[in-house]
Ligand binder design. Structure first.
Ligand code: PXG
Length: 476
C-alpha cells in the first residue's frame, strides 16, 4: 500500500489563541481533573499551546521550563517527530482494531515482546506476558482483577485482600483510588472498596521515631506489612502493591532497607507483589524498570506514562512467570479487557519512543551522568535557609520547605507555603509541583547538564522569592 505523503510537521502553522475566549469556554464547559471548578473560573486556566524539548509555551507566549515532564511522563521532551510520524503512518495503515475474538495486531505484539525483553530477570522471576490498557488507573484495575483471578484459579478464591500504603497513588478509578492511600480521594464516595487495606508509608521525616535511623525505620515500616497480613489472616491476602519511589505522594524515597524486607515478607506468606512503576519505569530512575535496583522481584509491574513519553495514552501490566503460568495454563477465559487494549497507534508510538530512547542511550545517560549531576546540584539546595531536606533518586527530586531548619519546625499547613513557592515558580517560567510543603520535580530525562544548571538557577531564584515573601508576611 502506498501511503499519503507526511505533512511537514515543523511547518504546521502555529494556532493563534484568544486566551480570554478559550478561558471563558474552558470554565463554561470543561471539568478539569482534581480541580475546584468554581475557583478556577475566577482566575482562568493557563492555556498551554506548544512544547519543544524541555519547554512549553502558554497562549500569551510565556516560555516555561517543564521540570515535571508534563505529569511525570514526557520523558523524551516535546516535539519528537519520530513519534508523530509513527502515529501518522500507523493511522493510515490501521488506526484501530481490537484484540478480542481471536484477533491481534502487529504493533501490540511487537510492543509486548519488546517490554518482556526490557524487563530484567531477577532470580526466578522473568516477565513473559503483557496486558494492555490506556492508563495507569486502568492497569491497576487490571491488577485487582488479575490477582483475584489468579488465586481463584489456584482454588483459593478467599484470597482477595490487597494491601497498599497510605499516601500511595495508584490512580483515580474506583479500583485505583481504593488502592491509593489519598485521604481526600477516599472521602469522596466511600472508598476504599472492600478488600483493600493500607499500611504506613516509609517517609522518614514524618513517620520515624525520634533518633530512629533510616535503616531501622525502613525495616519497621516494612514489618507493618507482616502485622497487617497476620491481622487479616495470611490465607485471605492476595497481594501487596507499592510504588518503588512514591511520586504523587511527594517523591518519598524509601530507605534502602525497605524493599528487601517487603520481599522477605511477601515470600514468607506467599502473597503476590505488584510494583506500580507508572512513574518509575522507562528510565526515570536510571533503569528500564525500577524493581531490580530497589532490591525486589515483583510478580506484576504496572506501567503507563513513560512508555509513550505521554505522546499517546497507553498503560498495561507486565505479568511475571509465576502469574502468567496460572493465567495461561489454568485460568481459562479471563473476563476482562478494554476497547483500547493493545491499541495499534498507541503501541506503535510506544515502539518509536523506546527505539528513540535506545538510539540516544537515554537510560544509560540518566544512570551514568545526568541523575548523578542532578543529585549533586539538588542536594546543594540544603544550604538555602528555607530547605530542610533535599533528596533525589534518579530523575525524581523533592525538597522540604521548613520554618526553622535547626529545630525542624514546619510551617503551619494553612499558610500553604508550598503553593506560594509554586506560584513564584510559574511566574518565573518554571513548573515545579507542591505537595504540601514538599516541592518536587521530575524533569525530562533528555536534559543536559546545562539544562540542569538553568533549572537549578530558576529553583534558587524561586526559593529566594518564597523566603522574601515569608519574611515580609512574618511567616518565619
Ligand atoms: N500509578 C501511579 C504510580 C501513578 O503515578 C497512576 C497509577 C494512574 O495513572 P493514570 O494514567 O490513570 O493517571 C499514576 C498517575 C500527581 C499526579 O498529582 C500523578 C499521577 C496522575 C495524576 C496526578 O502527581 N500519576
Amino acid at each position: 500500500m502506498s501511503l499519503n505523503p507526511l505533512p511537514n510537521i515543523v511547518q504546521i502553522e502555529r494556532r493563534q489563541v484568544d486566551t480570554a475566549h478559550i478561558q471563558q469556554l474552558d470554565s463554561a464547559h470543561y471539568l478539569h481533573p482534581f480541580t475546584d471548578t468554581h475557583a478556577l473560573a475566577q482566575r482562568g486556566a493557563r492555556v498551554i499551546t506548544r512544547g519543544e524539548g524541555i519547554y512549553i509555551w502558554d497562549s500569551e507566549g510565556k516560555k516555561i521550563l517543564d521540570a515535571m515532564s508534563g505529569l511525570w511522563c514526557v520523558n523524551i521532551g516535546y516535539g519528537r517527530q519520530e513519534l508523530a510520524q509513527a502515529a501518522y503512518l500507523q493511522m493510515m495503515e490501521l488506526p484501530y482494531y481490537n484484540s478480542f475474538f481471536n484477533t491481534t495486531n502487529v504493533p501490540a505484539v511487537k510492543l509486548a515482546t519488546k517490554l518482556c525483553a526490557l524487563a530484567p530477570k531477577v532470580a526466578d522471576r522473568s516477565f513473559t506476558h503483557v496486558f494492555f490498557s490506556s492508563s495507569g488507573s486502568e492497569s491497576n484495575d487490571t491488577n485487582i482483577r488479575m490477582v483475584r483471578h489468579y488465586w481463584a484459579s489456584l482454588g483459593q478464591p478467599q484470597r482477595k485482600v490487597i494491601i497498599a500504603r497510605h499516601n500511595g497513588y495508584h490512580g483515580s478509578t474506583i479500583g485505583g483510588a481504593s488502592l491509593g492511600g489519598m485521604k481526600g480521594m477516599h472521602e469522596q464516595g466511600d472508598l476504599p472498596i472492600p478488600g483493600i487495606a493500607h499500611i504506613d508509608q516509609p517517609y522518614h521525616l514524618e513517620n520515624a521515631l525520634p533518633g530512629e535511623s533510616e535503616h531501622d525505620f525502613g525495616i519497621r515500616m516494612a514489618r507493618q506489612l507482616e502485622t497487617k497480613i497476620l491481622d487479616i489472616g495470611a490465607d485471605k491476602v492476595a497481594a501487596f502493591i507499592g510504588e518503588p519511589v512514591q511520586g504523587a505522594g511527594g517523591v518519598i524515597i524509601p530507605p534502602a532497607s525497605y524493599w528487601p524486607e517487603i520481599q522477605r515478607i511477601v515470600d514468607q506468606y506467599g502473597i503476590l507483589l505488584i510494583s506500580d512503576e507508572v512513574i518509575c519505569a522507562f528510565g526515570r530512575l536510571g533503569a528500564w524498570f525500577a524493581y531490580e535496583q530497589m532490591g525486589y522481584k515483583p510478580d506484576l509491574v504496572t506501567f503507563a506514562k513513560g512508555v509513550t513519553s505521554g505522546y499517546m495514552p497507553l498503560g498495561g501490566v507486565l505479568v511475571g512467570n509465576r502469574v502468567a503460568d496460572v493465567i495461561v495454563n489454568k485460568g481459562g477465559d479471563f473476563n476482562h479487557g478494554y476497547t483500547y487494549s493493545g491499541h495499534p497507534v498507541a503501541c506503535q508510538v510506544a515502539l518509536a519512543n523506546l527505539e528513540w530512547m535506545e538510539k540516544e542511550r537515554v537510560v544509560e545517560r540518566v544512570h551514568e551522568d545526568i541523575a548523578p549531576y542532578l543529585a549533586q546540584r539538588f542536594n546543594a539546595l540544603l544550604s538555602h535557609p528555607l530547605v530542610g531536606e533535599a533528596r533525589t533518586h534518579g530523575m525524581m527530586a523533592g525538597l522540604v520547605l521548613m520554618k526553622n531548619k535547626a529545630t525542624r519546625e514546619m510551617f503551619p499547613a494553612e499558610l500553604s507555603v508550598g503553593m506560594a513557592c509554586r506560584a513564584h515558580c510559574f511566574d518565573n517560567g518554571l513548573i515545579m509541583r507542591a505537595v504540601g510543603d514538599r516541592m518536587i520535580i521530575a524533569p525530562p530525562l533528555v536534559m543536559t547538564r546545562q539544562d540542569i544548571d538553568t533549572m537549578m538557577a530558576l529553583i534558587l531564584r524561586c526559593l529566594d522569592l518564597t523566603l522574601a515573601e515569608a519574611q515580609a508576611k512574618a511567616w518565619c
